[in-house]
Write a protein that binds this ligand. Structure first.
Ligand code: R2B
Ligand code: URA
Length: 299
């Protein structure tokens, strides 16, 4: 049975109005959200990715998949907010989130409130991203099961009111399996796997790179760390999964992280693929998620 989104914040019930500041969306009357419902109430999937360019491309990519005949330029609904781009294509939102958990968490809080006010039924949130691979061929698509932080713990850690708050950070297994089953095809020409992901706040030292502005460990120490990752079933490294898993898990919203690897970190640190190769790789999660959304809409 479909269900609405129940957030875990009793204060929201006492707010007569709400302003989704970074989206620049006003909810003037939280007791009557009919205008928001009309605009966003049909949403079944919210796709998020790092850049506005990629999310615009995703919106265009999804049109034929969703049976939408439209050649016009996609409209960024939140351009006036000047932070995040939001495109709506049929019942799917394509939203940019920037680099890292801190920028993603800002828009994620606001998107979760948006789908609550819009009374969306059981929307699924999917991050479509890039990542570094650990022991897998570049171009492999990884669907995250358990998200590990930079301490190699399967949890998300965040300071709240001056205290260390630790929350679980896993994605629902059934959704991972469904995305693999309905999204991946044996003749895709690349592998799609379900695996664990390490998510860090730092692209360089946090991911064990030796090519940042600062590095105080040896190549051997770095390789030992990457091997430690592999022992935990970690096949990719990115910068949002623990926050994304923990926040969506907390509010009971189904979510998935589907990322393509740009590099095998066991072979080096520099992301040196050409922009053309990167764009080709970035299409891969589009096709996996596109097919999954097609399945979602048929059922
Ligand atoms: C992957 O790629 C970005 C850093 O280059 C970051 O958003 C991530 O998770
Ligand atoms: N994104 C990351 O966070 N790490 C990589 O190595 C590549 C992309």
């Amino acid at each position: 049975m479909l269900k609405g989104v129940n957030l875990k914040n009793p204060h929201l019930n006492k707010m007569p109005s709400d302003f989704l500041y970074h989206l620049n969306i006003n909810v003037p009357n939280t007791a009557d959200t009919s205008v928001i419902q009309k605009q966003f109430g049909d949403i079944v999937a919210v796709c998020a990715g790092g850049t506005s360019k990629r999310m615009r491309e995703l919106a265009i990519y999804l049109r034929p998949i969703l049976g939408i005949k439209d050649n016009s330029e996609p409209v960024d609904l939140c351009e006036s907010g000047q932070r995040y781009a939001v495109y709506k294509v049929g019942p799917v939102l394509c939203v940019s989130h920037g680099v890292g958990s801190s920028t993603f968490s800002v828009v994620l809080h606001e998107l979760l409130k948006l789908v609550k006010y819009a009374k969306c039924q059981d929307p699924v949130f999917i991050r479509i991203g890039t990542c570094g691979g650990v022991g897998v061929e570049p171009g492999t698509v990884v669907i995250t099961k358990d998200a590990y932080n930079g301490y190699l713990k399967n949890e998300h850690e965040i300071p709240i009111l001056g205290k260390r708050v630790v929350r679980p950070a896993s994605f629902p297994d059934t959704l991972c399996q469904e995305i693999l089953k309905y999204g991946a095809k044996s003749d895709d020409g690349f592998n799609t796997i379900i695996a664990n992901t390490m998510s860090t706040d730092c692209f360089y030292e946090g991911q064990g790179r030796t090519d940042g502005a600062v590095c105080e460990y040896s190549d051997n120490e770095k390789m030992a760390f990457l091997k430690e990752c592999q022992k935990k079933g970690i096949c990719n490294i990115e910068m949002e999964a623990t926050m994304f898993a923990s926040l969506t898990q907390k509010v009971g919203v189904r979510a998935a992280d589907v990322c393509v690897t740009l590099i095998n970190r066991l072979n080096g640190d520099q992301v040196s693929i050409t922009m053309h190769e990167k764009e080709t790789f970035e299409q891969r999660p589009f096709s996996i998620v596109g097919r999954y959304i097609q399945h979602l809409l048929l059922n």
